[in-house]
Design a protein around this ligand. Structure first.
Ligand SMILES: Cc1cc2nc3c(=O)[nH]c(=O)nc-3n(C[C@H](O)[C@H](O)[C@H](O)COP(=O)(O)O)c2cc1C
Length: 318
């Protein structure tokens, strides 16, 4: 059977989001934290701790993600994660953001293959006497998809738990379409198990990709789930060809409970009304796409400056 992962989305797929999703929609096989950047503090910051505390992630298989180009710092963070019981960690080699890339991290690291190789060598050496498994989430390169030939050669030297490929280059950001030819090359030539990620926004698109790569059995879903939280449920229903549930229609009752749980959990954090509104509006940027005919009320959500206004607008929509 195929396996499904929720993509990490910085600021959005927080432990609050992951828990609400897991409870109300089709559960994922793996969840990933948004990236943690190593720092010199002894433990984790309060925000980082909330993300990784086992009691905040009960019942979910969670893989913490690290973004670093410095083996020592990365190993220290892996060690800190081990204290919380984590035995699997993911390395971010895909973040396209300018501030990250300018520091040679994320997808920026891909432009320095020799350094990347050295980094992985040290990190794998550092964990060789532990039970930690490492996976990588990668783009194809920084500027050109062909960079991936060399990058994959490097990855293939290490015993990766798996290789998650988002087949774009850094300079694509989220434009252009995933490069399926290059993904096919990766799927064929990777020594580790490969997971596909990128632009799956419908069950039809999933099926198209799934059919194109019969040897790939792991799929990571990101923005598609934010837009339609029941996307995986739809995919699974079609796979099982079962009739339960009305295909194509989002269960508004369920969505309402999911929304309320998110909203209440963010409020309970005591982050202030403004920040709660910011968090919720960010989610609506995606979720709103499920309501193309409701632009007027979506605008009310976007414009709400107080919680009461926000609640009234959501009430009207859902
Ligand atoms: C707002 C936002 C935040 C993201 N944060 C992360 C992150 O922390 N770590 C990571 O590996 N990828 C991050 N990504 C990339 C996604 O995990 C995923 O690779 C990308 O969105 C493509 O998948 P999709 O088309 O299914 O969304 C982020 C993407 C977006 C849009």
């Amino acid at each position: 059977m195929n396996r499904y992962y929720l993509a990490p989305l910085e600021g959005i797929t927080t432990y609050i989001f992951r828990n609400a999703y897991h409870r109300y929609f089709y559960p994922m096989d793996k969840y990933f934290t948004p990236f943690l950047v190593p720092h010199s503090k002894k433990g984790f910051s309060a925000k980082e701790k909330r993300e990784i505390l086992p009691e905040n992630n009960e019942g979910l298989y969670l893989v913490p993600q690290i973004m670093s180009n410095h083996a020592d710092e990365c190993l220290k963070t892996i060690e800190k994660l081990r204290v919380y019981g984590y035995k699997e960690v993911n390395l971010n080699m895909g973040c396209p953001s300018k501030t990250v890339v300018s520091k040679g991290r994320g997808a920026g690291f891909l432009a320095f293959p020799e350094e990347l190789d050295y980094f992985l060598d040290e990190v794998f050496e550092g964990i060789s006497n532990t039970d930690v498994k490492l996976s990588i989430k990668t783009r194809l390169g920084r500027d050109e998809p062909e960079e991936f030939f060399r990058i994959l050669e490097i990855y293939n030297q290490y015993p990766l738990e798996e290789l998650i490929i988002h087949p774009r280059v850094q300079k694509d950001f989220y434009k252009n379409m995933p490069n399926l030819e290059m993904f096919a090359y990766g799927a064929e030539n990777s020594k580790s198990r490969v997971c596909y990620n990128g632009e799956i926004f419908s069950a039809e698109k999933y099926e198209e990709i799934e059919r194109s790569f019969p040897d790939v059995h792991t799929f990571m879903l990101g923005r598609g789930i934010l837009e339609r939280p029941d996307l995986l449920g739809q995919i699974r229903r079609r796979e099982r060809k079962s009739e339960e549930g009305e295909e194509g229609f989002l269960d508004i009752e369920k969505l309402r409970r999911f929304h309320d749980r998110l909203y209440e959990d963010y409020r309970a954090l005591g982050m202030g009304d403004k920040n709660v509104l910011f968090k919720m509006k960010e989610i609506w940027c995606y979720l709103g796409k499920s309501f193309p005919e409701k632009e007027k009320v979506l605008k009310k959500i976007r414009k709400a400056e107080r919680l009461e206004k926000y609640e009234a607008a959501v009430e009207e929509l859902l």
